[in-house]
Design a protein around this ligand. Structure first.
Ligand code: HBI
Ligand code: FE
Length: 294
């Protein structure tokens, strides 16, 4: 990805919009087996953890246990439900390209799958993160509209130089969002549902703060990409998110230009604190420290 967020051109073999063929028939049995292992580890444990919208989407798309799904098959159902489709990309696309896809109800998904020794952690989004993690929520009509609005907003934020703020909204909702429901806290963020360890940590661990979602607060909050989050923001419903994107962000961006960033473990006087974390996990050095020590 180029530093200014605009693309210099697609990698060899990719189309100008960075898409490639999924090449479903070229996956090896070993690669299908990685999908099956990941799917089986997640699908059962997410009952009672993921929100209903996610679980319904997972069922509707029939992301079943026989291996890596064929985008052509997913897209028939997804098109019918919300008019979205999944397109294959070789990896991270530049911001402007990514936003253009979302604004047109296309979700760019990694075509490759992680290796057997990377089941618990990898930094680049692979097909399991992108399809298992993101695509079920795109079957929900309200969330589907939110994602499209995010794509449009991304194009505007790029032109106004405020992408850093908008990216935090994506991070703390689409990737790491929690939802308060009558049945208890539930996960809707793709970065959580696609990770076995974070699906437990985000809901059950005493370490992280869990704070009620507030747009401007979220857009000021730093995030970490290398370990479990130190704060999760909790929405009341997908409608809350959609309502947020109906506002014009112009005045908000002007305020944010003069605002200070908020640290990942800070709690502010105005916060709705759902649980005050101990931060014990982060203070002990997190899992990357554990890995290097091991
Ligand atoms: N490209 N394929 C892909 N997937 C992403 O999630 C993605 C991306 N490019 C840019 C990007 N995300 C983020 O930088 C924006 O959401 C801010
Ligand atoms: Fe993601």
């Amino acid at each position: 990805m180029s530093g200014d967020g605009f693309s210099s051109g697609p990698p060899p073999g990719a189309r100008p919009d960075w898409t490639i063929d999924q090449g479903w028939e070229t996956y090896s049995q070993a690669e299908h087996d990685v999908w099956i292992t990941l799917y089986e580890r997640q699908a059962d444990m997410l009952h009672g953890r993921a929100c209903d919208e996610f679980l319904r989407g997972l069922d509707a798309l029939d992301l079943h246990r026989t291996g890596i799904p064929d985008f052509a098959r997913i897209n028939e159902e997804l098109q019918r439900l919300t008019g979205w489709s999944v397109v294959a990309v070789p990896g991270l696309a530049p911001d402007d390209v990514f936003f253009d896809h979302l604004a047109n109800r296309r979700f760019p998904a990694g075509q490759f799958i992680r290796k057997p020794h990377e089941l618990d952690y990898l930094q680049e989004p692979d097909i399991f993160h992108d399809v298992f993690g993101h695509v079920p929520m795109l079957t929900d009509p309200v969330f589907a509209d939110y994602m499209q609005a995010y794509g449009r907003g991304g194009q505007r934020a790029l032109s106004l130089g405020r992408l850093a703020n908008l990216a935090r909204l994506y991070w703390y909702t689409v990737e790491f969002g929690l939802m308060n429901t009558p049945a208890g806290l539930r996960i809707y963020g793709a970065g959580i549902v696609s990770s076995r360890t974070e699906s437990i940590f985000a809901l059950d661990d005493p370490s992280p703060n869990r704070i009620g979602f507030e747009l401007e607060r979220v857009m000021r909050t730093n995030y970490r990409i290398d370990d479990f989050q130190q704060v999760y923001f909790v929405i009341d419903s997908i409608q809350t998110l959609q309502a947020v994107t109906l506002r014009d962000f112009g005045a908000l961006y002007q305020r944010l230009a003069g605002a200070t960033d908020i640290g990942v473990a800070e709690i502010l006087p105005g916060d709705t604190v759902i649980s005050r974390g101990t931060q014990a996990y982060a203070k002990a050095g997190g899992r990357l420290a554990d890995l290097s020590a091991g």
